[in-house]
Write a protein of this length. Sequence first.
Length: 438
Amino acid sequence: MRSIRAAAVGAVTVSLALAASACGGGSSSGGGSNDSPKTLTYWASNQGASIAVDKKVLQPELDKFEKQTGIKVKLEVVPWSDLLNRILTATTSGQGPDVLNIGNTWSASLQATGALLPWDAKNFAKIGGKERFVDSALGSTGAEGKDPAAVPLYSMAYALYYNKEIFADAGITKPPATWDELIADGKKIKAKGKSPLGAEGSNLAENIHHVFVFAKQHGADFFTPDGKADFTADGVVAAVKQYVDLMAKDKVIPTGDAEYAQNQSVSDFAKGKQAMLLWQSASANLKSQGMSESSYGIAPVPVQSGTPGTGTQINSMVAGINLAVFKNTDNLDGATKFVKFMTSDAEQNILNTAYSSIPPVKAAQGEAAFNSPSNSVLKDTLAKSAAALPQVADESQFETAVGTAVKDLFADAAAGRAVTTESVKAKLEKAQQQMPAK
């Protein structure tokens, strides 16, 4: 992960001319071509419990696309720990895919490289129109006022997953609605010899997602309205401290989770080692690890007080995956057809069912599979109490700089070093210094 920031800084300052040498071959002008009409390369993000699971989900659909169009898709599933760095390197190296999944929070940063195909009205018309997609998903596709850099593929929201048996053994009759309630429940769970809450302290993206939500609940943002980093505002410092204090002070997150980076907390929850998990659309992941849906419940992520909503009652970022095309692909028509296929009503039903995510396509959301009690929690959160991460060009650097600061604070907590307001602010000041000068 240490090379991500350097790559990101280079990527977001690269000129549009560099985009002409980006992935997929393409024309010398960087505008795309159809020189290789029978093949596509596709980088998929690791959505399931393993890369093998993703290949099992995706390959039959890619075979279906080949049968319909005659276009063979070469699939590579890229782990989240590598994906951003791989993409940023590809924007300048000329070595990469035609089509790829991107975390929706990266949309504006990758848009700033000039390497991605803009989804203007003409391109959206080729896949059925922009109006097919829900507004919350479109809000995380690039900077405001610009044509989207990608098309929504999977929508997700964070929820609180809780083990029903562990809760019952601890005498807890309902999931916590506030952080104070969660901490109080955690003490009851610990008294029964179980770990209360899982986390991924070394997972930079997870760190960002959670401290963003805490910041919203403290009425704060990590950027000013004109897009400048503002990591040391009182509300931001309080938000980061409150999250890390779940380990450092409140002792509801075990110290071992400071080293977790990729799905270990999900595995612990699936194995009954931890009572609660804050995760985005985890049902398919849990099922693949042998946990039955009847053994856990799903509730909204806690807020400071009251119930989830807008403003300081935000309890999730707008999570999700977008589908992007490198604009100098050498199969522009095929790439467009592939995006149309993947976002069709039928494929949205299949893929989002497999990943327990929510379709960003309006028509697909009406399917029965997406109206179960658990999915209703996710849909309700996306509709009423989720906010998009800042759609600014420096977002990827923000994820790395602040995500690393939170990782370091978790390491301090795990080692027994004091996590104070001053130490939190110092880490965030250092993170802000790493951001590009404005």
